[in-house]
Design a protein around this ligand. Sequence first.
Ligand code: ADP
Ligand code: MG
Length: 601
Amino acid sequence: MGYDQPRDVLFRAKRGFAMPSKRDFKNQSKLSIFISYYRPYWKLFCLDMLCALAICGVNLLFPYISDIAMKTMLPNGEYQVFFLVMGLMFLAYIFKSVMHFVVTYWGHTMGVNMEADIRRDLFEHLQTLSFSFFDKNRTGQLMSRLTGDLHEIGELAHHGPEDLFISFISLIGAFFLMLTIRWELALAVFAVVPVFLVFTIFQRKRMINASISVKAKLAVINGEAESSLSGVRTAQAFANEAEEDRKFNNSNDHFRWARQEHHKAMAIYQSGMELCVGVMSVIVIAMGGWLIMEGRMDYTVLVTFSLYITTFVTPIRKLSAFVEQFMQGMAGFSRFVELMALEPEIQDSPNAVEAVDVAGAIDLENVTFSYGPDQPKVLENIDLHIFAGETLAVVGPSGGGKTTLCQLIPRFYDVDQGSIKLDGRDVRDLTLASLRRNVGIVQQDVFLFPGTIYDNIAYGKPDCTEAEVIEAARRAELYDDVMAMPNGFQTYVGERGVMLSGGQKQRVSIARVFLKDPPVLILDEATSALGTVTEQHIQSAFDALAQGRTTLIIAHRLSTVRSAPRIAVIEGSRISELGSWEELTAREGAFARLCQAQGLV
Ligand code: ADP
Ligand code: MG
């Protein structure tokens, strides 16, 4: 056990139990979704509420007892009884502080557990969303939703019901006890409560808007910080730190203003509430004083009443704190529900089948695609047939749609028209997981996860053995490099692999694909970023990798596709030429022009 876990997991929900209900984020109300997260922790919740109730009881008891003491025990000289009762009160307060501990500790535990469940659901959901979603949303903003927003939801989950519950019980309890003592005074004090409620309702909209805006601005800050910090090397290379500062300060200012607005709303609300509280005290003293002057009331009643004012005011303060917390928590929760309601654009069709024993024939039939309804068509009426085990090169000018074409095969995006078939079956009829298991991609910019070289290679096949990883590294011509490193396979690669050279990163990603061993292989400008010398070294690794697989090679440098039996040229969103090197160069068309531009003929 590497992590410090709290020992008392008494009420921790069992794994399977924590996700019993299928939630419908689109149609269910936010509140009922929120409540559904309590379900696994209902025992904790009941415990929390019981303890809260006990705390209330003790709070209400004290003024009542002191009233009796002043009215009967003290005047009648019952000192023994008096001290006995005081002793009991002392015990009651000890009891209350134990209850307080339970509420604070176990209550928070419940909140934290619920927050963790919500976060788990959100993360799992984000993982299912399609490329198009991540094209449009910034990582930093999403992270902000995963952490900051959810923290407030957890706090609300715990404090919300408890505050609400304690407040109502205390208010009602105090009101009835006050009624029994002096009903005129009680009614006068209680008259302020509706005023307070109306005021709250009027302020509600303003506060919730302020909260939502604060959250949105914070997410922008996080997005800004994430991109600036991950691009810090570029910023420094261009000596553009000042520009980055400017961008960041801009969003920082917006955040500040949003916070100011938020605090203004809060300030108005809280001062209004304080006014209500003050008015109550004045009413009691003024009216009580008048009753005393009239000789219709005793001094002791005023003292008791003043004590009750405290019992009365505390829940009102709590209620207002609740309102604040509710606004913030719900602002975060709305954003959570909004994200959860997003359907992945690409998902398994209801009758999708597993792709098994894939030979690797790929057919593009009349494929048309654009990145959005109002975007230009990147591919138009593409027809392309790749035989199982064949190596096909795709070339063309930059921005011609080669990468796009590759991304359509494993369904990172779906075609607008036409179809793509794997072994004669439409890729949309295959399960995503099985389709993607059968397609390996090596790209120009390799993404490595922070961790060791070993972990990054093993990513290609999570249940692989050490021997397989070593074998993959050998075949990717990476083994000698790794062995030359002081920590071997346990070498830390740094964030996104910054501690490795471009060629090494590339070979890690080749080793990954060796492990994955897919029948279809896509090399998307995999060698473009490397120098010619390194490239030759890696070329043999690629040749080994392509052995026995359907391989699509996209290359910017035409010399690298010379050996490909067939070459397709994509230009102006269509395939303009298709044939062998000799055929294409002889034709003196688009391909010949590309060759000329690269000084190859
Ligand atoms: P190539 O790989 O041939 O250089 P791409 O397939 O990457 O070209 O891009 C083709 C076109 O699609 C370009 O005009 C590019 O701007 C556009 N494009 C690429 N990716 C996206 C995306 N995620 N969203 C919107 N447009 C995109
Ligand atoms: Mg590309």
